[in-house]
Design a protein around this ligand. Structure first.
Ligand SMILES: Nc1ncnc2c1ncn2[C@@H]1O[C@H](COP(=O)(O)OP(=O)(O)OP(=O)(O)O)[C@@H](O)[C@H]1O
Ligand SMILES: [Mg+2]
Length: 318
């Protein structure tokens, strides 16, 4: 079973305003409400591929129904630690020229007790055959090393761990040697403190370094430019024996929000189904490009994924 962990979920409210004006009354039209948060997006992609996952993490109990109902509609099982507060609401307003303005709340604050409850939940789900996906930012009040702690607990029970986060959270997650990581170029450069442009050769060299941490698969996504993946991890050499690159698919882009989450969801699905590195990568490329074609964070349907898979060209690097 795949278990996605969202520590800071959101209720995504998308609306249209013909002509947005600061300091005036703006009337919202076509208001859409969706369950958001990176782990939840990963669960949505897995569900679109026809598989099951459990969405876990924290949720604000006071307005939890909005998210729970959405997940139930999508047949996504859920088992959150409830916080005695509200889940944040992120308002995305689109004007007549399709310009997006975002008004995001910070989200609830969690206590040490809440963290302990989540640790217990994860321990109870940590056994071989289970795959945890830790995605996104951490809420106020959470220890900075929360991902490191949770990944160590999951590994302790024999589960596989995927991590997709940035900044300090990424650094701490890496301390626990997750099995799969998917930084984007900005996250990779931030991690290494690099500001200059990187050649593909240098990117591969930097990614090879993750082998020392026993990370089994590293995928580096480059937005519209595509992605690369290193796998075939050699335990004794601590390096990757296989590498692939794919150019970004030429598609009619609607919203790139959640493209990375669809990529991760596809990889988790592929891992659970023992797919080869190349096939996993192809599926992830098709799913992420498909996510860009859909509105908001909606995942693409299977038909679109299969169509895009046929268009994906995978180049073997080594
Ligand atoms: N404009 C685009 N055209 C085609 N494919 C895209 C585009 N943007 C993203 N993708 C696909 O989505 C993948 C992930 O995108 P990106 O590198 O932007 O992830 P990210 O920064 O982690 O996104 P997220 O906001 O979900 O965290 C890319 O490798 C590519 O396959
Ligand atoms: Mg991302």
């Amino acid at each position: 079973m795949i278990i996605t962990i969202t520590l800071n979920p959101a209720i995504d409210k998308t609306a249209q305003v013909y002509d947005l004006k600061i300091g005036e009354l703006n009337r919202l039209e076509n208001v859409l409400i969706d369950a958001g948060g990176k782990g939840i997006n990963v669960s949505k992609m897995i569900s679109a591929l026809g598989a099951n996952s459990i969405a876990c993490g924290f949720i604000g109990a006071k307005n939890e129904q909005v998210i729970i109902e959405k997940l139930n509609e999508l047949n996504i099982k859920n088992d959150f630690v409830k916080i005695n507060s509200n889940t944040r609401v992120n308002l995305k307003v689109i004007d007549k020229d399709a310009v997006l303005t975002e008004l995001n709340e910070q989200g609830f604050e969690i206590s040490q007790k809440d963290t302990e409850l989540l640790e217990k939940k994860i321990a109870s789900l940590s056994h071989s055959g289970n795959i945890f996906v830790f995605s996104g930012s951490i809420p106020k009040g959470a220890p900075l090393d929360i991902y490191e702690r949770l990944i160590k607990i999951a590994h302790g029970g024999g589960a596989v761990c995927f991590a997709d986060c940035e900044g300090e959270a990424f650094k701490y997650a890496l301390n626990a040697n997750p099995d799969f990581i998917k930084p984007n170029l900005f996250e990779l450069k931030t991690y290494f403190g690099i500001t200059e442009d990187l050649t593909q050769e240098k990117i591969i060299e930097l990614c090879q370094g993750f082998g020392r941490r026993n990370i089994k698969i590293v995928s580096l996504t480059l937005g519209a430019q595509g992605a690369l993946v290193l796998g075939g991890f050699d335990e004794s050499a601590k390096n990757y024996q296989e590498g692939f690159f794919a150019k970004g698919l030429k598609i009619k882009a609607h919203s790139s929000v959640g493209a990375g989450d669809s990529f991760v969801g596809a990889f988790a699905y592929a891992y659970e189904n023992n797919m080869s590195l190349e096939d996993s990568f192809k599926l992830a490329m098709a799913c992420s490009a498909g996510a860009v074609c859909t509105q908001g964070t909606n995942p693409p349907d299977l038909e679109l994924v299969n169509e895009l898979k046929l268009k994906t060209e995978i180049v073997k690097l080594f």
